[in-house]
Write a protein of this length. Sequence first.
Length: 339
Amino acid sequence: MEAMPREAPATRAAAPSYRIVAAARDDDPIEGMAREVAHSLRDRPPWLASKWFYDDRGSQLFERITLLPEYYLTRAEAEILEDHAEALLARVRPREILEIGSGSGRKTRRLVDAGLAAGSLEAVTLFDVHRPSLEGWLQGAAAHHPRLELTGIVGDFERDLGSVPACERRMVLFLGGTIGNLHPDREVPRLLKGVAGLLGPGGSFLLGVDLEKDPDVLEAAYDDRSGVTADFNRNALRVVNRRLGGDFAPEAWAHVAFYDRDRRWIEMRLRAEEDCRVRVDRAGLDLAFREGDEIRTEISCKYTRASLEARLPGTGLAVSEWLTDARGRFALVLLEPSP
Ligand code: AVJ
């Protein structure tokens, strides 16, 4: 049978559009997660990567964290953007904004508006593990800015940045203090080198960094009175249960968050409140935990200008602007390729 060519509606303008692509060339994401979790839960001490917090529920819980009175990071960063985004973008004049770990993309809007005001911006690409967050943002952006070239890339920024195509006058954003989740010696230099490799001619990198401060303030931000962060922390277990056929009892694990003053990072853990046996079918795990055993779920490293700059040699990047909020809690750092 012959297919009839369908007629395009002649009078309607093209619908605003965007595209979403997967970064990982290889495997089934569940397969990959199973392999990683099989390794990390057998490690001594056991741990789970913090990217596993972010399914639909975890992404919503994080959005609630950003509204908590104790969690100053988001507001401090927003203050800096409010004060400096326009002038910054007018100076840098990016053609493309590429945001990694974009989440809900609320801050992205501020920078996109500044890029449009500067008259230079033509394309926006968001890179995140959570596809629905990308869809939500891109849909809204397509409706408001039909002329922007909009792309979402679903991927793991620690592994898949190499699949992002090259581009001129690109401004990479890595905001919110998410760099804190990376190990400062082992993972941060690799990430910075990866980003440097994405910057074409005229490229720049805007990085949000949480700064060292009174440990009581830090600990309150990661152990709020209303218990939202505790729920967020336990979500890692729910995600393992659902995706990998696990049988963790999330309510039997207590939220632990403390500032490690030597390593200068917040560490979040889950502590077993009773002896238990846990199976994770798809990861081939059958684990025994004793009361008091802990699983590390996140580090969130805090920096000073000096300790951040100490990570830069060998990455191909140098600081060209260091902007903080009025209370010096958080920094937005503009990095550019070093000669
Ligand atoms: C989204 C990675 C910036 O480390 O502060 C919030 C995640 N963890 N509360 C952070 C988080 C606990 C957050 N980042």
